[in-house]
Design a protein around this ligand. Structure first.
Ligand code: TYM
Length: 357
C-alpha cells in the first residue's frame, strides 16, 4: 500500500462508458507505470459524470466497468488506492468550500466549459468566439435548454479531487491541462488569502515526454466519446480491425517528401503510440518516397493496437463477474482516500473559521 513519504500521484476518469485509447494513452497507461514508485491514488469520477445527467442505472454500470478495466489493465489495489469519487463525501463538502474562492468568470472562460455548454445548447462555435459573445449566448439561453451549474463548476470539483489528497503529480491527457492550471491557481489563491501553506501546487505528470492528445481516425480532432470515434479497450478484434480499416485517408503522396494531411498524420500518431520505432520509421520512409500503401499501414496499426488491448479485454469479464472482489477493492480504497481527505477538510474548515462550540 501507499507509503507516506513518497510523492502523491492522483488521477481519475469520468464514469461515462468504456475506456478508449485516448483514456489509455492519456491516463491509464501512466497510472499503471508509476504504481511502484509513488503514493498512487486513482479513482472513478462518478460525480463529474453527473454533469450530463446520465441514466441512474447506467451510471452505476459505468462505474463498475471502469473499475474492472482499471484492474484488467494492471492497476493493483495492493499498490494503489483505488476508489470511487462519491465514496469520499469529504469531496462534496470541500467542493462547496472551495467554490467560495472561485470566480464564475474564470470558470466560464474555460475551453471545456465553452465546448460542453454549446453542445448542451445545441449550437456550434460561432464566428464570434469572444468571451463576451459567449456570455451572452449562455445568459440568453432559454430555460428548457439550460447549461447546468455543475458543468460550470466542473473545474472546482476536479481541483478538490486533487487538493483534498494534497497531490503533487497528476497524470492526464493534454485536454486536461487547463483544468490543472486552474487547480494550481485555486491552490495559490487559497494559501495566500488565508496566509497558509495548506495545498501544494500540483503539476502534470508525463514521464515519457509531453502530454498526448490521441486523435480519432475520422479525419480530425481527438478521440472522445462525444465525438463518437472511439476505439475501445474492450472492442472485439473483428470490430477493432474494422474501425481501423475504415480510418479516413487521402489519395496518397504524389511527390517525394510531401507534407501529411491531418488524417494521415493522425494514423502516424497512433502508430507511434502503439508500434515499434522500426515499424514507424519504415512507414515514414514509405510515405516519403511515395511507396506507402495505406491498407498495409492500417493492418499493422490494428495488430499493434490489439497487442495492447487483447490482454486487457481477456481479463475484464472475469473481473466484472466478481462483485465481491470489486466491492472489496473500492471499500478499502475509500477508507484510505477518506483518511487524508478528512484530515485536509478538517484543516480547511479550521482555516476558514468553521469551528465547533
Ligand atoms: P475524462 O474521463 O474526460 O478523461 C480521462 C482521462 O483520459 C484523457 N483523455 C485523453 N488523452 C489523450 N487523448 C485523448 N483523445 C483523450 N481523451 C481522454 C483525459 O485527458 C483524462 O486524463 N476531468 C477528468 C477526470 C477527473 C480528474 C480529476 C483527472 C476528475 N477529477 C482529478 C485528474 C485529477 C477527465 O477529463 O476525465
Amino acid at each position: 500500500m501507499a507509503t507516506p513519504n513518497k510523492e502523491i500521484v492522483l488521477s481519475g476518469i469520468r464514469a461515462t462508458g468504456n475506456l478508449h485509447l485516448g483514456n489509455y494513452f492519456g491516463a491509464l497507461r501512466k497510472f499503471v507505470a508509476v504504481q511502484d514508485d509513488y503514493d498512487c491514488n486513482f479513482f472513478i469520477a462518478d460525480l463529474h459524470a453527473l454533469t450530463t445527467n446520465p441514466d441512474p442505472n447506467q451510471l452505476h454500470a459505468n462505474v463498475k466497468s471502469i473499475l474492472a478495466e482499471y484492474l484488467a489493465a494492471g492497476l493493483d489495489p495492493e499498490k494503489s488506492t483505488i476508489f470511487v469519487q462519491s465514496d469520499v463525501p469529504e469531496i462534496s463538502e470541500m467542493y462547496l468550500l472551495l467554490n467560495m474562492h472561485v470566480g464564475i468568470g474564470e470558470l466560464m472562460r474555460t475551453a471545456s466549459f465553452k465546448d460542453k455548454a454549446r453542445k448542451a445548447l445545441g449550437i456550434g462555435t460561432p464566428a464570434d468566439d469572444s468571451d463576451e459573445a459567449f456570455e451572452k449566448e449562455i445568459i440568453g439561453a432559454s430555460t428548457n435548454k439550460r447549461v447546468n451549474a455543475g458543468l460550470l463548476t466542473y473545474p472546482t470539483l476536479m481541483a478538490v479531487d486533487i487538493l483534498i489528497q494534497k497531490a503533487n503529480k497528476v497524470p492526464v491527457g493534454k485536454d486536461q491541462l487547463q483544468h490543472l492550471e486552474l487547480t494550481r491557481r485555486f491552490a495559490r489563491r487559497f494559501n495566500s488569502f488565508y496566509g497558509v501553506d495548506l495545498f501544494p501546487e500540483p503539476t502534470d505528470f508525463d514521464f515519457g515526454g509531453a502530454p498526448v492528445k490521441v486523435p480519432g481516425l475520422d479525419g480530425s480532432g481527438k478521440m472522445g466519446k462525444s465525438e463518437g470515434n472511439c476505439i475501445y479497450l474492450i472492442d472485439d478484434p473483428k470490430v477493432l480491425r474494422k474501425k481501423v480499416m475504415r480510418a479516413m485517408t487521402d489519395e496518397g503522396p504524389k511527390e517525394p517528401n510531401s507534407p501529411m494531411t491531418e488524417p494521415i498524420a493522425n494514423l502516424f500518431t497512433l502508430l507511434e503510440l502503439t508500434s515499434t520505432p522500426e515499424i514507424v520509421t519504415s512507414f515514414r520512409e514509405a510515405y516519403a518516397d511515395c511507396s506507402i500503401r495505406y491498407g498495409d499501414l492500417k493492418k499493422q496499426l490494428a495488430e499493434d493496437i490489439l497487442n495492447i488491448t487483447t490482454p486487457i479485454r481477456e481479463r475484464v469479464n472475469d473481473i466484472l463477474a466478481d462483485d465481491a472482489y470489486l466491492s472489496q477493492v473500492v471499500k478499502r480504497g475509500a477508507e484510505k482516500a477518506r483518511e487524508r481527505a478528512s484530515q485536509t477538510l478538517a484543516e480547511m474548515r479550521q482555516i476558514m473559521g468553521i469551528r465547533k462550540f
